[in-house]
Design a protein around this ligand. Structure first.
Ligand code: ZN
Length: 153
């Protein structure tokens, strides 16, 4: 009986905590916002509805100059050109992101478990990161080129 009572208190406790935290969860979701008013429909679809651009459609695929890749929405610096490599997948790929550039989330859509990454500054979705990269870190950031703006050095 004592055990049941304790379990009941625990459940009540969890629901109270979730109720208290709910506004914060909503607040967190609303940090995802459109900063650049000139984003195209395609860009918005990727960045805010977690869409994906067509493979081999990005003009950044053949970009080989030195410089940095910035968020198309907020302008945050995300990748250095030195981490870019040709993965053959048809999406601009990077072995690592700049420190603190992204936050990640596990994505279970399409029956797959993937790690989604989004801009730490504006929350916009950029792509998925996989563990089959060519360097020691094994990371492969599979990016949507439409979310990136390249600025040569
Ligand atoms: Zn951003």
């Amino acid at each position: 009986m004592e055990f049941v009572k304790r379990k009941f208190i625990k459940i009540i406790g969890i629901s109270i905590i979730s109720t208290i935290l709910l506004p914060f969860t909503i607040l967190k979701a609303s940090t995802k916002k459109i900063i650049n008013p000139n984003l195209s429909k395609k860009q918005k679809n990727i960045m805010f509805k977690e869409g994906t651009e067509r493979p081999f459609s990005s003009k950044l695929l053949n970009e080989k100059r030195r410089g940095f890749y910035h968020c198309a929405n907020c302008g945050a610096k995300l990748f250095a050109s030195t981490s870019k490599f040709d993965s053959g997948t048809g999406w601009p790929s990077f072995t690592e992101a700049l420190p603190g550039a992204f936050k990640t989330k596990t994505d279970y859509s399409f029956g797959m478990k993937r790690i989604e990454y989004h801009c730490a500054t504006c929350g916009a979705h950029h792509g998925h990161v996989f563990d089959d990269g060519p360097t020691e870190s094994r990371k492969r950031f599979c990016s949507n080129g439409l979310c990136l703006i390249f600025k040569p050095e």
